[in-house]
Each structure stands twice: as structure tokens, then as C-alpha cells.
Design a binder for this molecule. Structure first.
Ligand SMILES: [Zn+2]
Length: 92
């Protein structure tokens, strides 16, 4: 189950990045919610982002302060880097 969840995690992290760029729709938010129910590591990140940027809680039309957004992006990128280092994919 861990390999499948890694792929799923990357999708979720990409969705979170899209949210931070203001490009995430409600369907993707639902996917994030669903994934987090079975994934403690994403769940942790999402809970933290919910507190800092209101992830998937408020309308995406609400602009986020640049500093907050940058910090949140760094968290996501850090996780993505860790995922790809642990699971190197030559096709990417
Ligand atoms: Zn996950």
C-alpha cells in the first residue's frame, strides 16, 4: 500500500500547490480531504496549512498574503523533494 499511497501523495501535494497558486477547484479539495483520511503524513501537512492559509476552507478568490503563501509552498516543496528522493522516477 505504501507505493500506491506515495503516488497519491504526490498528486495531493500537487493539488495543494495549485491551491496556493489559486488554481484549485472544489473537486480537488474533496480529493485532498479524502486522501488525508487515510494518510497521516498528508493529513499533518493539510492540518497545518489549514491553520496558516485556510486550505480548502474559504473561497479560493480570497488572496493569500505573499509571505504566508511562500512559506506554505516551501512546506509542500520540501515534502515533494523528500518523496522523489525516496522514490526516484527516471521519467520525471
Ligand atoms: Zn498522502
Amino acid at each position: 500500500m505504501s507505493a500506491a499511497s506515495t503516488v497519491a501523495c504526490r498528486t495531493i501535494l500537487a493539488n495543494i500547490s495549485a491551491y496556493l497558486d489559486g488554481e484549485l477547484d472544489t473537486t480537488a479539495c474533496e480529493e485532498i480531504e479524502r486522501h488525508c483520511q487515510g494518510c497521516p503524513s498528508c493529513s499533518d501537512l493539510v492540518r497545518e496549512l489549514r491553520e496558516t492559509v485556510g486550505l480548502c476552507r474559504q473561497a479560493s478568490s480570497v488572496p493569500l498574503p505573499e509571505a504566508v503563501r511562500r512559506r506554505a509552498r516551501e512546506s509542500v516543496r520540501h515534502l515533494l523533494d523528500r518523496e522523489s528522493a525516496a522514490n526516484r522516477s527516471p521519467s520525471e
